[in-house]
Design a protein around this ligand. Structure first.
Ligand code: SAM
Length: 211
């Protein structure tokens, strides 16, 4: 699948790596304005490396849930349009604010993604994409609650961490349950295990069902 505009495969240290243009954030290698997007540190980077059909073309408006210190969402803001970044832990959220300082389209929100009503007055509706990497119990529920921000043909791009749901169960069984829970609100278009880059994670591409 093609990469969104603003994301390129470029040569770094003799190998091809994904890269975006922006201020470096996490000590990643750079070449002029380009910075490596490390798929080993980013589920969305892994999703793009594996060639899933994300629907991303560049310039999208989006809501990113589980922004942490801004590693992945910084790359998203490099190629996307307005990007709202939700993180509920104060310490990484402080780093996220620094990351946003050089990105005028990145809006950090110190909020709980399980409570979208607390940021619905700030975040636009009809967004193109909802990106989720919350690594918490109830990942399907978080995606369902935040569906309200997506336009009808928008995309959910979620990384589901099995161990956050139940450390004792077989990840495949956990993923089946999460997908069942998602299907009430979303049509699942594609899934892929991310184990090559992230153990026991499932990538999900989905679009909202008609309400
Ligand atoms: N997406 C990040 C990246 O690639 O740079 C890494 C995210 S880390 C795996 C998961 C993050 O989700 C943590 O920073 C955690 O604090 C956050 N998180 C978990 N539950 C959350 C919730 N209910 N609301 C907001 N953030 C949450």
């Amino acid at each position: 699948m093609s990469l969104p505009d603003g994301v390129e495969r470029r040569s770094f240290d003799g190998g091809e790596r994904l890269a975006t243009r922006g201020e470096p954030v996490y000590g990643e290698p750079t070449d002029g304005p380009w910075r490596v997007w490390d798929a080993g540190r980013s589920k969305l980077g892994a999703i793009l490396e594996l060639g899933l059909d994300t629907g991303l073309v560049g310039g999208e408006s989006g809501l990113y849930l589980g922004a942490a210190s801004g590693t992945t969402v910084s790359h998203v803001a490099d190629f996307a349009g307005p990007t709202y970044a939700v993180e509920f832990a104060p310490r990484p959220a402080r780093d996220l604010v620094d990351v946003a300082a050089s990105r005028s389209n990145l809006f950090p929100l110190l909020k709980d993604a399980r409570r979208p009503e607390t940021y619905a007055h700030v975040v636009e509706s009809d967004l193109d994409v909802l990106i989720q990497d919350v690594a918490t119990r109830g990942q399907a529920d978080v995606a369902v609650r935040n569906r309200q921000f997506l336009r009808s043909d928008g995309r959910l791009l979620a990384a589901i961490k099995a161990r956050s749901e139940d450390v004792t169960r077989d990840p495949a069984a956990v993923f089946d349950d999460v997908l069942d829970d998602l299907r009430g609100a979303y049509e699942v278009l594609e899934t892929a295990r991310l184990d090559r880059y992230h153990d026991d994670h499932l990538a999900v591409v989905a679009r909202p069902r008609d309400e």
